[in-house]
Design a protein around this ligand. Structure first.
Ligand SMILES: [Ca+2]
Ligand SMILES: [Ca+2]
Length: 199
């Protein structure tokens, strides 16, 4: 009973550096680095639990890639999605949780599964994660007065409006910040190795 999010044409044509792909009643945004994002809205808030959205995302595919609840490891990645989302798309479940270890937030879906959110990029709203009632163990985005910030929600929540699916090329995870300089320094490192070998 999922209703796919239909992006406005205006939002699509406003994309400049990116390619927008529309499939039937779904809209996806390709980041241009092997990652594509898709909003799925519930017919009614709270229609699915976080676990059900995790499983639903994993059952989705796009261009041969399997979906997962979205993960964010760089500010650029987050900003890309925020910039391309319709502003109505609030309160979407994302792929983070502290269920396994309270107060230790990890990505639990996609290529970054197991990584701490703190290892990369976080966008918590002011007092979040506040673990209301001791049951808010699942990450959601776009809460609180439409600010583009994160919140922790329960597995079942009348605030949840849908979920954000990401399709990642397995060999091309968005690098964690610690990984980016390594890649950028790759040529320099090669040069250093060559110098070492000469010694
Ligand atoms: Ca990601
Ligand atoms: Ca919260």
């Amino acid at each position: 009973m999922l209703k796919s999010f239909v992006a406005g044409a205006a939002a699509l044509v406003s994309l400049s550096a990116t390619t927008a792909v529309v499939q039937a009643e779904t809209a996806t945004w390709e980041m241009g680095n092997g990652h594509t994002y898709q909003v799925v809205l519930f017919d009614e808030r709270g229609e699915l639990t976080w676990q059900e959205t995790r499983d639903a995302a994993a059952a989705m595919s796009f261009n041969g890639l399997t979906g997962h609840l979205a993960t964010f490891t760089t500010e650029d990645e987050w900003n890309f999605v925020v910039d391309n989302l319709n502003e109505q798309a609030l309160d979407l479940y994302l792929g983070g949780s502290d269920e396994a270890e309270p107060d230790v937030w990890r990505w639990v879906t996609g290529p970054e599964a197991g990584h701490l959110l703190d290892d990369g990029f976080t966008a918590w709203a002011g007092r979040e994660p506040n673990n209301v009632g001791g049951v808010e163990a699942y990450l959601a985005g776009w809460s609180f007065f439409q600010e583009e910030l994160w919140n922790d929600l329960p597995a079942s929540s009348n605030a949840a409006r849908g979920y954000l699916v990401e399709y990642s090329v397995p060999s091309a995870p968005v690098p964690l910040p610690a990984g980016l300089p390594l890649i950028l320094a790759g040529f320099g490192a090669l040069g250093a190795l060559r110098q070492l070998r000469r010694r």
